[in-house]
Write a protein that binds this ligand. Sequence first.
Ligand code: NAD
Length: 372
Amino acid sequence: MAFELIEKHGEHEQVIFCHNKRAGLKAIIAIHNTALGPALGGTRMWPYKNEEEALVDVLRLSKGMTYKASAAGLNLGGGKAVIIGDPKTQKNEALFRAFGAYVNSLQGAYITAEDVGTTVKDMEYVFMETPYVTGIPAAFGGSGDPSPYTAHGTLMGIKAACKEKLDSDSLQGLHVAVQGLGNVGSHLVDFLVKEGAKVSVADIDMGRIKALCDRHKVDVLDPQEIVVSDCDVLAPCALGAVINDSTVHELKCQIVAGGANNQLAEARHGEILKERGILYAPDYVINAGGLMNVFVELEGYSSDRAFEKTTQVYHNLLQVFNIAREENITTQKAADELAERRIQSIAALRKQLHGRTARPFSTLKEMSSRKS
Ligand code: NAD
């Protein structure tokens, strides 16, 4: 059954089942594509109902990382890992070190990071066994919290969407509604206010609202209402599936551009947005700032360079909008096309260069030396 599922979910290069009885480790690493560089993606720890559910999740997520890295213009491939277990009760040092040993055995073909259910602390244990881990604390030469960079990339994405839809990327006086004031949303509001936008916010956590209102003068809306509120730009920065059957026909914004993952409940909701003339900035393109930040870590980390890198989101999205316009397809499909085109052209170039690898592989040598 495992092979059928692997075949069904795309052409993955390698799927590794990791098991260590002593440490209680049951994990799967999926390397989807390394045409552009080493496969990078976080390790998710989750109490999956069964192995099939875990396998499907890691296959799907690793493929998503290939597209995200490619559309971001990074020399990275797509990979992901899942650890089967309850992150609240089943974590221990041995588990993450056993997992780290598996990551190490791949010799840099897969680079891990934290994800849902894992923390920077867990990655410190992984780091004891392998240098091929990112998102470690700044004290270890890592890049730390990615959310300010995700938020900055999202700001750049909002500007690109305004350029496309409104013919100006100035946010002065523009009304932006931000749903979710967590790590990404609160930083985004800081940037938006600085740009002179009129900002409305909503969160289900009153503590987050209060913290923000202490810093800025913003309108506070009901969490249910904000999605369909009267605004120029809706910036979803909370949960996924915000654009769904009950909201898509009620939206009053001209642009949907925010940092949340999986904003469209289904691909057909992207079609409806297109029909309604609402410009959608595909989630994995606009929220790539965090990944860019981690990429900079591979080159020897500098916060300034990471912020600079996130400005690339602006250009990436303009390319997506161009493809969508020229081919009369949704922006979501256009993003996939941009990602696929880049992989194909670089893979062809590699072939011509007799497989000579690009620079990130040499930075991996630096990663290995980072440990000592
Ligand atoms: P977070 O948990 O810090 O913040 C989420 C916020 O949304 C919380 O304050 C929560 O109370 C609020 N919220 C939840 N349901 C809500 C609702 N119905 N209405 C209004 N507010 C609601 O998470 P985050 O790190 O800020 O990430 C936000 C989104 O961005 C997620 O979808 C995440 O997957 C995505 N993302 C984050 C990063 C990153 O660097 N942190 C990178 C890429 C994508």
